[in-house]
Design a binder for this molecule. Sequence first.
Ligand code: NAD
Length: 363
Amino acid sequence: MLEVKDLKVSAKTENLVWGHDSFSDHEQVVFCYDKATRLKAIIAIHNTTLGPSLGGTRMWTYKSEAEALNDVLRLSRGMTYKAAISGLKLGGGKAVIIGDSRKDKSEALFRKYGEFVESLGGRYITAEDVGTSTADMVYVRESTKHVTGLPESMGGGGDPSPVTAYGVFMGMKASAKETWGNDSLSGKKIMIQGVGHVGEYLVKMVQDEGAKVYISDINQEQLAVVAKQFNAEIISPDAVYDLDMDIYAPCALGATLNTENISRLKCSIIAGSANNQLADEGVHGRMITEKGILYAPDFLINAGGLINVYSELKGYNHQQALDQSKHIYDTTLEIFRKAKTENITTASAAIKIAEERIAAAKK
Ligand code: NAD
């Protein structure tokens, strides 16, 4: 008979989940597999103290299973903080599907994925994310009711980007108030990096307020359209970090705030929609503060999208989602006050407020 001591565990796998660097007291991690549809997904539920965990499903061509696990653990933890700081009765969760969103999608795959979501009985509610769309969520809906990000015709909120952009705009104005004593963006030089769904709406909002807008994107076609429509000046991707600007708004990728880029930055404020902007939360949060730049934490000011899908759970109301996103202005100022009082970075202050809310709810 095989005994436990006989089981050999490889060094590579022995700390796969609980010993993983990105494991942060996650409540549940579910590995989902279906041979027929070739579904390989991981659902990570980080924390459900404040309510069911909600977070999108990302479809990505991860180089390895370890990379996919790392991503889902980091993203689900971020969702816990985003929901808590935004005052929502939601916990944090996220899912990843390993695959190429251009080639590997099928109705059957999303239906099967929906069955796994359903099996969690509402502890995890899904939505669209990078690589998935409202149309995919319609297939997921065939197997589970625990899904948001549905089209307006099905009672959903449709594309959350306008609400996300509005929240970022509010966070930017609060940062202006803190820095210059006045929240007007008129005449300010604003660099928007990435003019996709969120970036394009943001360009319009800041331009309507009289800002001088600079834009950058690797998609030349989209760049030309936005530049023409809003009379924005194009900056090449390499020149972004050397630009003489008042506000840098990262709205493309995460981790652009690394040691090299921060040392080049000549701005007063960083406020954008991209998730996980700081390459290393501790190191780069401190480096930005020491440079005298005010950083509006990403997971706070980009919460409009989450607020939008949350609204679907109660019967979608676009105006209410916008009204709730407006509070991002006050919360941003509250975080700046806490950071100053406690002499900590703004990112740490935001995490502290989120953790305090969760701890209070536990009591
Ligand atoms: P998107 O894919 O529509 O737009 C991203 C844009 O960035 C694209 O136009 C792309 O070409 C460009 N880009 C990619 N790499 C670049 C680079 N190196 N330099 C310049 N531009 C580059 O995505 P989106 O929905 O607008 O989201 C933007 C960011 O905001 C993402 O990080 C996303 O995770 C985050 N976010 C989005 C929402 C939302 O509601 N859409 C909510 C919260 C957070």
